[in-house]
Design a protein around this ligand. Sequence first.
Ligand SMILES: [Cu+2]
Length: 147
Amino acid sequence: MSHQLRVATTISVLASFALSACATPPPGLDVSLERTSAAGRYVVSLVPPSTPPAINQMHSWMVKLKDPAGSPVTGATLAVDGGMPQHGHGLPTKPRVTREIESGTYLVEGMKFSMPGWWDIKFDIQSAQGHDKVTFNTVVAPLTARR
Ligand SMILES: [Cu+2]
């Protein structure tokens, strides 16, 4: 093996190690797309894009809000936050809920994931039902890292 080739091999091994370390979520991570909010005021469903977005591709999600009896919650105000708990950084963008598409279904614009791995997505919810919070986990796969 030439010296040059050995260096290239070492670099690619290091790079793949860094990538796999970055993309290993904790075992048993709950990635369910429907959750009850912390105080039980809402049942929240997260609707990701039908095609997983590429790394660094701007995209939109939908959030559906229901009360515990199953009726859509309209006229809510939602704030979006999140990040990578294993890396200690937040979202690379400031996503916003821009409008209510239909009764109880809200559009979240400006979502972007800058690397594969475990991300959490948090919503702070305010409506006539009261204030509450919910956190979702999502794992961005390295295979979607098309540019
Ligand atoms: Cu990260």
